[in-house]
Structure formats: structure tokens, C-alpha cells
Design a binder for this molecule. Structure first.
Ligand code: PGA
Length: 253
């Protein structure tokens, strides 16, 4: 599995703004499959905020972890409509995704804000999954690596380490489109991220680097075999237990 067998992979599902209480059935289904056929990776589901506490009850005692899709940079206070990392942790989650490209685009989130959110997540005992990735235009202009370099440098909070952060490389043009970069392109970017992490932190060689963007059962095996790919961040294919389980099969071979 890649060239970094000492890193335990993580396969994370990001439900985005999908899921009502009835969707908890998918978690029950996933729970029974995963408990009887354990993959060799950590498994995480990030439902919308509204479902985290009920999901925590549904998944209590299982290996499936829970995370949020965002958190505020402050611990509490006058921020109407926002949710703090303390609140996320209090609901039973152990991860928070920060800096997803949809939040960077929809809410104008800068890498500096993403860093502050990651810091808040870590401060509340959560692992921060920090997302980076280039747009199609940036890729076409040959700017992929420079975009990744600056997003990574500016989004990583001070004193981040392999236990407190996960990086997700998600090319914006691959999200929800069915398009994926070639294995060689993924390898190039992940190797670059690995090098950057090693120069930015002592534990950079052990930080998990996930690939995200149109991961599905049919391509998970090939993508997860790429060097320095330590798991996946999955959107659409995480909504149904059977689809998500097909991706987990990449870690049952
Ligand atoms: P997708 O989304 O798997 O639906 O492409 C990935 C993501 O945005 O995390």
C-alpha cells in the first residue's frame, strides 16, 4: 500500500449538506458491515452538524469515528449560526474538516482563517483535516504545486503534528465531477506535499495525506496504491453504506 506502510490510512466520508434523521440507517448498515469485515484503515464519517449527536449514539462502541465538516475559529461567543470545535467534540466527534474548497469558495475562507479553525479544532482535542487543492484554471496554468505550497504553509496551524492534523489533497475540478487526476499526477502532488510537510514539521513524514475528488469503489484501489496516499476523503460515494464500503475494500486486499 504505497511506500509508507507505517502510516495507518484513514478513509473519511464527507456527507456535505446531505442527510436527514432517516440517513442514520446508512450508519447502522455501515456499522454492521465494518464490524464484521474490518478494513485495515481508520474509518470516519462527517455528517452535517445536525446529525452528529445522533450519529454518535448510533455508532457508540464501533470503530467508526465521527467528525464535523467545519468549526468556528473561536471557542464560544457572539457568532450567530456558527458551531465551535468544543461543541463538535462535546457531541462525540473526534475530527473536524477545515478549509474544504466548497467553504473556501462559498464563504470566502482564506488559508489564514483555515489555520485558525484548525488551531481551534486541535485545541478542543479534535484532529483537523485540512483541505488543499487547485482549480482547473490553476492546473491549466501550471500553478498546481505553487498553489498547494501556499495553501499548505498558510493553512497549517503552528505546532501542528502528525497526531493533530491530516492533509486532504482535493483538486477542485475533481470534486463531484467524476474526473480524477492520473495516478502519476496524484503521485506528484502527494510527494510534493510530503516534502513540504517534512520541511514544515518534525513529524511531517508521518502525517496522513488523503486524496479526495470523485473517489469511488471502481477507482479506490488504484488511487490508494499511489505512493504517499494514506487514505481518501469521499463525498458522494459516502452517502450510501454499500458505496462507501466498496471504497473500504481497497483496505481489505
Ligand atoms: P466527491 O467529493 O467524492 O463527491 O467528489 C469529495 C469531497 O469534496 O470531499
Amino acid at each position: 500500500m504505497g511506500d509508507t506502510p507505517h502510516i495507518r490510512p484513514l478513509v473519511a466520508g464527507n456527507w456535505k449538506m446531505n442527510g436527514l434523521r432517516a440517513s442514520l440507517e446508512q450508519l447502522s448498515a455501515l456499522k454492521s458491515i465494518v464490524q464484521t469485515d474490518l478494513p485495515q484503515c481508520d474509518v470516519l464519517i462527517c455528517p452535517p452538524f445536525t446529525l452528529i449527536s445522533q450519529a454518535a449514539i448510533a455508532l457508540n462502541g464501533t470503530v467508526i469515528a465521527l467528525g464535523s465538516q467545519d468549526c468556528h475559529a473561536n471557542t464560544s461567543g457572539a457568532h450567530t449560526g456558527d458551531v465551535s470545535a468544543d461543541m463538535v467534540a462535546d457531541m462525540g466527534a473526534s475530527y473536524a474538516i477545515v478549509g474544504h474548497s466548497e467553504r473556501r469558495a462559498d464563504h470566502g475562507e482564506s488559508s489564514e482563517l483555515v489555520s485558525a479553525k484548525a488551531q481551534a479544532a486541535i485545541g478542543s482535542g479534535l484532529t483537523a483535516i485540512i483541505c488543499v487543492g487547485e482549480t482547473q484554471q490553476q492546473r491549466d496554468a501550471g500553478e498546481t504545486l505553487s498553489v498547494i505550497e501556499s495553501q499548505l504553509k498558510d493553512s497549517l496551524p503552528p505546532r501542528a503534528n502528525a497526531g493533530s492534523v491530516v492533509i486532504a489533497y482535493e483538486p477542485v475540478w475533481a470534486i463531484g465531477t467524476g474526473l480524477t487526476p492520473s495516478a502519476d499526477d496524484v503521485a506528484e502532488v502527494h510527494a510534493y506535499i510530503r516534502g513540504q510537510l517534512e520541511s514544515l514539521m518534525d513529524t511531517g513524514s508521518s502525517v496522513r495525506i488523503l486524496y479526495g475528488g470523485s473517489v469511488k469503489a471502481a477507482n479506490a484501489g488504484e488511487l490508494m496504491d499511489v505512493a504517499n496516499v494514506n487514505g481518501a476523503l469521499v463525498g458522494g460515494a459516502s452517502l450510501k453504506a454499500s458505496d462507501f464500503n466498496g471504497i473500504l475494500d481497497a483496505y481489505r486486499r
